[in-house]
Design a protein around this ligand. Structure first.
Ligand code: GUN
Length: 296
């Protein structure tokens, strides 16, 4: 069993970007600028956005964190996004999800200009991704592909089972793994809350992507010997032995599943850091597209 070390791969990708940004700076060119919008004070969202802003600083990107109260009106938020769309210095915009109930995710996502949608959530970018056209690929599936690429994992002809059908992870992941690309060409089964015989389907998988958000859902008896297991879940579960009061759990029961796998991602330190690396790559690309491909 080999661990897929997201920390390590993420550091390598960020270091590559840092060198490119240093070159831009040396040539007196514009550096990428990410605007992150955080509504309310959801603890997990605070952590994720904090990590994104920190990664920008490490690489040398400019970042702006727009913090908004959770009772902000939908119209006001849409106006703020419009201003970021119109700001020529901003290359990428992300609005951290989930949003408060009174705000429509769909309206917010549709308001971000596709050329600045570094999360790859806008329907125009999703459509391009489905058709295999160049676009921003949403950060979590993109990060997983970068990890498969780094470890030279051959996906061709493999049976991939994606558990979860969210717009952010499961659905794009299923499309990308089935696409005709070096990290695709899988036969994909997508499972969800209405799937019959889920355990039996998982047992047939060469690759399992667990992205359903239920701590330790995937057990050893659901995993074929030698399978590759990618754990996207990261749930805070109460743990009074820790100072923070919680522990982070993946969607895979790591201790019992890991010995059966050829490769597995840990939680934390697997998919999470790769999501950030992929977002940084998308932001660099957005800057490049806006300012001319001669940037690098
Ligand atoms: N919430 C959970 N994952 C993500 C993500 O990749 N981007 C944004 N904006 N919000 C999220």
């Amino acid at each position: 069993m080999e661990l897929l070390d997201g920390q390590l791969v993420s550091r390598t990708i960020k270091e590559g970007l840092r060198l490119k940004v240093a070159q831009l700076t040396a040539e007196g060119r514009k550096v990428p600028h990410l605007a992150a919008v955080l509504v309310g004070n959801n603890g997990a969202s605070e952590t994720y956005v904090g990590a994104k802003v920190k990664a920008c600083a490490e690489i040398g990107f400019k970042s702006t964190l727009v913090r908004l109260d959770d009772d902000i009106s939908e119209n006001k938020l849409l106006g703020i996004i419009d201003d970021l769309n119109d700001d020529p210095d901003v290359d990428g915009i992300l609005v951290q999800l989930p949003l408060p109930k009174h705000i429509s995710d769909e309206k917010v996502i549709n308001t971000i200009h596709p050329s600045k949608d570094v999360d790859g959530f806008h329907p125009v970018n999703v459509g391009k991704m489905v058709q295999g056209l160049p676009t921003f690929i949403s950060a979590t599936p993109h990060g997983i592909l970068l990890m498969l690429e780094h470890y030279k994992i051959n996906t061709k002809g493999k049976h991939a089972v994606v558990v979860g059908r969210s717009n952010i992870v499961g659905r794009p992941m299923s499309i990308l793994l089935s696409s005709n690309t070096p990290t695709g060409n899988c036969t994909v089964t997508i499972c969800h809350s209405h799937t019959h015989n889920l355990a039996e389907i998982c047992r047939q998988a060469d690759i399992i992507v667990a992205a359903l958000g239920r701590p330790e859902f995937v057990k050893a008896d659901m995993v074929k010997e030698g399978a590759i297991v990618i754990d996207v879940g990261i749930t805070r579960v109460p743990d009074s032995t820790r100072k923070s009061g919680f522990a982070l759990k993946g969607d895979v029961k790591f201790d019992e599943v890991a010995p059966r796998c050829s490769y597995i991602t840990p939680v934390p330190g697997g998919v999470g850091p790769m999501t950030i690396a992929a977002l940084m790559k998308n932001t660099f690309l957005a800057c490049e597209e806006r300012n001319g491909a001669t940037q690098i």
